[in-house]
Ligand binder design. Structure first.
Ligand SMILES: Cc1cc2nc3c(=O)[nH]c(=O)nc-3n(C[C@H](O)[C@H](O)[C@H](O)COP(=O)(O)OP(=O)(O)OC[C@H]3O[C@@H](n4cnc5c(N)ncnc54)[C@H](O)[C@@H]3O)c2cc1C
Length: 149
């Protein structure tokens, strides 16, 4: 299973430059942000390209310290006229760093055994959210299961 990107995702209290009811995409070299707003909160993703892909058991499990280090490397990234990533991160309620695996098995069943959900396909989250709308991750498995009975 290959993995090229990692993602810090989190929820923060609002910052000066991010108005409620707006969505933001910020692109940089080797990284991008997706920032969505809800009532009184900001939901955000910082996606970062790894220097090289890792595979299978070589894909790291990240610690809180890994997240802090990566976040600090991006503190000066400008998100808008008023905010840098530092402002959003300092306002955080919760956040996590996760690897973003990407694969789609050509064969996802064997006899009466089948895989569904992320066990059969997993795509880099920011792209499918932006271009294919959200909730595919959970809707596809639910649809598959409901068609089974
Ligand atoms: C940052 C991020 C944001 C996302 N946001 C959205 C979103 O807004 N909307 C959306 O639809 N999707 C979203 N997704 C995708 C969504 O999270 C996944 O598509 C969905 O959780 C997949 O569900 P699943 O049940 O197939 O797999 P998982 O949620 O990965 O569940 C698999 C479970 O199996 C357990 N497990 C693994 N190995 C074993 C074992 N050997 N024995 C027993 N248990 C085991 C794991 O611990 C885990 O609990 C997001 C993903 C990421 C990374």
């Amino acid at each position: 299973v290959p993995c090229t990107y990692k993602c810090i995702f989190g929820i923060s209290h609002p910052t000066k430059g991010i108005e409620g009811g707006t969505n933001h995409i910020v692109m940089g070299k080797g990284y991008s942000y997706l920032i969505l707003t809800g009532p009184g909160k900001i939901y955000w993703f910082l996606n970062v390209k790894n220097s090289e892909p890792t595979y299978g058991k070589g894909v790291p499990s990240y610690t809180v310290e890994d997240e802090r280090r990566l976040a600090e490397q991006h503190f000066e990234d400008r998100l808008n006229e008023y905010d840098t990533f530092r402002d959003m991160y300092k306002n955080k309620i919760i956040s996590r760093l996760t690897p973003l695996h990407e694969y789609q098995w050509k064969r996802w069943y064997f006899g009466r055994v089948m895989t569904i959900g992320d066990a059969s396909h997993k795509v880099s989250y920011p792209w499918y959210l932006q271009y294919m709308s959200s909730n595919l991750g959970t809707c596809r498995p639910i649809r598959t299961l409901s068609q089974c009975h």
